[in-house]
Design a protein around this ligand. Structure first.
Ligand SMILES: Nc1nc2c(c(=O)[nH]1)N[C@H]1C(S)=C(S)[C@@H](COP(=O)(O)OP(=O)(O)OC[C@H]3O[C@@H](n4cnc5c(=O)[nH]c(N)nc54)[C@H](O)[C@@H]3O)O[C@H]1N2
Ligand SMILES: Nc1nc2c(c(=O)[nH]1)N[C@H]1C(S)=C(S)[C@@H](COP(=O)(O)OP(=O)(O)OC[C@H]3O[C@@H](n4cnc5c(=O)[nH]c(N)nc54)[C@H](O)[C@@H]3O)O[C@H]1N2
Ligand code: SF4
Ligand SMILES: [Mo]
Length: 695
């Protein structure tokens, strides 16, 4: 049979949202590569997704529904039919609803796919109709989103190629070589044009290695660094007084606040030399246009929201918002926000039930959430036992005998191990979806390339089956994926000019389509979407919510104690940061041999002086621990990490831990705190105090 080319979109949590092509012969994908016509993808895929057919045809793909037949976590399963699985879910849920109400059911989903249908609509409609608990989706960038929205009113961001007009770029707590790779060719082009690149990161990342300057502050001290820079800019008269007067609210109050942040104090807090701070401030203020590019990694700590607020002041001080190649690069998500009613049909549902913060899953399962307690968990597109904070507590919660857990997955993950029922999920090649991006402004339709493997089903198909099981007959619970896309697109176009002329039909017939926008330069009109219409250096809305209305800095430290049996409880703790791995997307693909091989065994980077202090040498296997838990990691001694800080990439599967000795696998998240950050219920992965010793 002839080979058919099918256009698709990368569903993974990555701002690039690439376009790809699958070649299909006799219902099987035989070739997979980047779409050369996609203007962001530009004909190449990242290291993670290039071998995608190994992911799709992985021998461990789940093909049939499974029912647990041994104790929870024992790995004993029996194959059952979808009808049996659905009947059991219906019976258990009806019992729970009778006794506790539907809020005792918690759906837990996140970023396995970012598609409109398979993520957004699938995590909304059916659950709202059921009256299940809502999930507060704050594991990733909630504090930064809130901080940027409070300051600028909306998340608008320059396109990747605008950086080619920048004179200076500060990449602040962001590692695009790994996490937004298609930005990099534009950054390199900018460097060839004479643009200087500064990276601010406690680690010398792959991105930092290609920069002109790398500054390594202590984690969570970025607010002090930004305000220290602001202090220098203002005392040296390098700020733009007229711009501030015309376009901001709260400049006089901020000016007063800056008195608290002389560079010497910023130096003491950040661990950077004061001279470096002064020089960076001068360079930033005298380069025009200068872009500050952030993502979400830098704000996953206890004061991440305020740190982002402080960073957002810098382009205002220098009058750089609205300039092509200047301002703040964060997220393009605000250009189009899907119509909420069309997504959810909330007006045809019971009132929204209470919300459970996803970062507190372990605590919530173990009794923090009552009235009603959580009696059933339905996990899809997420792997909380491996990726959520305080994993030990999550596993303890998942072991509860009276908890009915269903996991809909492509693989038997650390989370699926503890399910009562496991349902097989389709991969992106086996489903339909529409993808908008948080890094650019192209919409890409994902055609189904191959039939579902085994009996796997897409999220949306499962939602429809669950609706049928619960006897919900509303048509919007049973529409096809295309009908859902059409409805949401049409409703959203009514109030979003950027979607004018974009139809389902066109999206299906084009490899990708741009949002239609008159002027891509964010805030070129100097109209900010805040209540005042200006940059809110002082935010009355934040004051009303009991938050500091001005940017500021406070100590982000974790308060964990050493474990009770630690041999040297008085030894100095280190701050463990657990950023993105180059070869996985959080835990997705972290079960793929070729990628595990490239990433190496689970490792932790430690500075030579911190290693020497502890008698640790390169290649040692160490126990990294605190009162929450521990894991074993292989040591890499390197000055790529600053003293006082450890780094170990996120996403490892605990069950694939090569250092377990029959003691059960673990990963870094067994040490991570489930405390919430300063804004929007944010996770605080990087405020993590640990102790290290030889294993
Ligand atoms: N390869 C790959 N790509 C990914 C992902 C992945 O797992 N792997 N994950 C995706 C997801 S879910 C997201 S949200 C994005 C995130 O995208 P990024 O934010 O770029 O990724 P991170 O690695 O989480 O964090 C960026 C950097 O922040 C640094 N950092 C940590 N704490 C601080 C701090 O307090 N201050 C400063 N200045 N720097 C700090 C880390 O060392 C890290 O190098 O990436 C997406 N893309
Ligand atoms: N230590 C540490 N941990 C972190 C972070 C950190 O910085 N440090 N970052 C956090 C961040 S930013 C994020 S966004 C989260 C991400 O955490 P998650 O959203 O849980 O993402 P993944 O770990 O990639 O797990 C996604 C799962 O969904 C499955 N999946 C993929 N597609 C589908 C589908 O179509 N249907 C179904 N049913 N399943 C599917 C995949 O097989 C995979 O097991 O991790 C967080 N965890
Ligand atoms: S993970 Fe990112 S860079 Fe890789 S293919 Fe997907 S969208 Fe592109
Ligand atoms: Mo994320």
């Amino acid at each position: 049979m002839s080979i058919q080319k099918v256009y698709g979109a990368c569903p993974h949590d990555c701002p690039d949202t690439c376009g790809f092509i699958t070649e299909v012969q006799d219902g099987r994908a035989v070739n997979f590569y980047a779409n050369p016509e996609h203007p962001i993808t530009e004909g190449w895929l990242c290291a993670k997704v290039r071998p995608y057919l190994d992911h799709v045809y992985h021998p461990d793909r789940l093909k049939y529904p499974l029912r647990r037949v041994g104790p929870k976590g024992s790995g004993q399963w029996a194959r059952i039919s979808w009808d049996e699985a659905l009947a059991e879910i219906g019976e258990r849920w009806r019992g729970i609803i009778d006794q506790y109400g539907a809020a005792a059911i918690l759906p837990y989903s996140y970023s396995g796919t970012l598609g409109l249908v398979q993520m957004l609509v699938s995590s909304g409609r059916f659950w709202q109709r059921l009256g299940a608990s809502q999930l507060e989706r704050s594991i990733c960038g909630a504090a930064a989103e809130y901080a940027v929205n409070m300051t600028l009113g909306v998340r608008h961001s320059p396109l990747y190629d605008h950086v080619e007009d920048s004179q200076l770029v500060i990449i602040w707590g962001h590692n695009p070589v790994s996490t937004a790779p298609h930005f990099m060719p534009h950054l390199k082009a900018a460097q060839r044009n004479g643009c200087r690149v500064v990276v601010i990161d406690p680690r010398r990342t792959r991105t930092a290695r290609g920069a002109d300057l790398h500054l390594a502050p202590l984690p969570g001290t970025d607010g002090a660094l930004a305000l220290g820079m602001a202090h220098v800019i203002v005392t040296e008269g390098l700020h733009d007084e007229a711009w501030l007067t015309a376009n901001t609210v709260g400049w006089p109050q901020l000016r007063e606040r800056l008195d608290e942040y002389p560079p010497e104090r910023a130096a003491a807090i950040t661990g950077l030399p004061a001279l470096d701070i002064i020089e960076l401030a001068r360079n930033y203020a005298t380069s025009r246009p200068a872009l500050i590019k952030i993502a979400d990694g830098l704000q996953r700590n206890r004061t991440g929201g305020q740190n982002v607020r402080a960073i957002c002041t810098l382009p205002a001080l220098t009058g750089q918002y609205g300039l092509r190649g200047g301002g703040l690069g964060y997220s393009t998500s605000g250009y189009v926000m899907w119509d909420g009613r069309a997504l959810l049909h909330w007006d045809e549902c019971p009132p929204a039930a209470r919300s459970v913060n996803m970062n507190r899953l372990g605590a919530a399962l173990l009794g923090e959430v009552t009235d009603p307690p959580i009696m059933s968990l339905f996990v899809f597109g997420a792997n909380p036992a491996a990726i959520s904070p305080n994993a030990g507590k999550i596993v303890e919660g998942l072991k509860r005998d009276d908890l009915f857990t269903v996991v809909h997955e492509l693989f038997m993950t650390d989370t699926a191990d503890y399910a009562d029922l496991v349902l097989p999920a389709t991969s992106q090649l086996e489903q339909v979806d529409l993808h908008k991006s948080y890094g650019h402004t192209w919409l890409t339709y994902n055609h189904q390339a191959i039939p579902p493997l085994g009996e796997s089903k897409s999220n949306w198909d499962v939602m429809s089956l669950l609706a049928k099981t619960m006897s919900f007959t509303e048509p919007w619970l049973h529409h096809s994926a295309d009908e859902v896309i059409d409805e949401v697109l049409t409703a959203t176009t009514a109030h979003h000019p950027a979607l004018q002329g974009i139809t389902l039909e066109k999206l299906k017939n084009q490899p990708t389509l741009p949002l239609t926008m008159d002027n891509h330069v964010p805030f070129a009109d100097l109209r900010f979407r805040t209540p005042s219409g200006k940059v809110e250096l002082y935010s009355a809305s934040m004051a009303k919510q009991g938050l500091d209305p001005l940017p500021g800095w406070s100590d982000p430290s974790d308060d964990a104690a050493p474990p009770e049996d630690h041999p040297q409880p008085d030894s100095r703790p280190l701050n463990l940061i657990t950023a993105a791995a180059h070869h996985f997307v959080t835990s997705s693909m972290a079960n793929q041999d070729s990628l595990i091989w490239r990433e190496g065994p689970p490792f932790v980077e430690i500075h030579p002086t911190d290693a020497a202090d502890r008698g640790i040498v390169d290649g040692d296997v160490v126990i990294v621990e605190n009162e929450r838990g521990w894991c074993k990691l292989k040591v890499v001694v390197t000055d790529a990490i600053r003293p006082g800080v450890l780094a170990s990439p996120k996403g490892r599967w605990a069950k694939l831990d090569p250092f377990q000795n029959g003691d059960g696998g673990r990963n870094v998240n067994w040490t991570v705190s489930d405390a919430l950050g300063d804004m929007a219920g944010q996770s605080t992965f990087h405020s993590n105090r640990v102790w290290v010793r030889k294993s």
